[in-house]
Design a protein around this ligand. Sequence first.
Ligand SMILES: [Fe+2]
Ligand SMILES: [Fe+2]
Length: 246
Amino acid sequence: MSLYAIGDLHLHFQSVLKAPGQLREPVWQDHEAVFRRSCEALVQPEDTLVLAGDHSWGRNMAECERDLEYICALPGRKILLRGNHDMFWDAKKTAALNRQFEGRLFFLQNNYAPYGDVALVGTKGYTFEGPFQVRGGRIVGWDRAEEARAQKLVEREAQRLEASFEAARADGFSRFILFLHYPPTSILERNSVFTAMAERYGAEQVVYAHCHGAHRFHDSLEGRHHGITYRLVSGDYLRWVPEKIL
Ligand SMILES: [Fe+2]
Ligand SMILES: [Fe+2]
């Protein structure tokens, strides 16, 4: 039994592709077929595959149906995180999605998924990417209004993450692996509310996605930091081969 993770499939079987770079970069060429083949070669029926958000470019459920069918047909148990582009997933309707896809997909938010004696916890997360403008490694501008808005999003996501940890702890779990869509820290941070919570609950790993392109792959923590292993699993970074987490 193995646990794998990867993020940012950005499928668009029925919707308009909103990132033109996805057409130009070789790593995205026919990536749906490349990813399906690598899953079929790697992931066994008893394995778990966490998909760390940004599943589809679709603007609503009707535009995501084929994308979700594609995910349902992948091998193993599939657990989905909410990414910033997942418009089909109303944050208040996670329980309804879990009922709709029961036995096929599990949507991770305000809840947790057991994996042996480990609880898989997680939420979308949020990092400050807008409040400051960086040029040549120097901060050249700061937007206070945007900072306040971002801080609210971080607080809401921190509450959702705490609900996820607490749900697992209430069921007796003491081992945790934490999944986020956004990186746990911005390019200006070494610590955040998310890394602090990971440390407080004793999470063994923090797994995140969202960073695309070689110039963004190293924006956040990687490897060991305060006793926790941090891993980036965006699909283009992994070249569509799921990362073995456990
Ligand atoms: Fe993405
Ligand atoms: Fe994203």
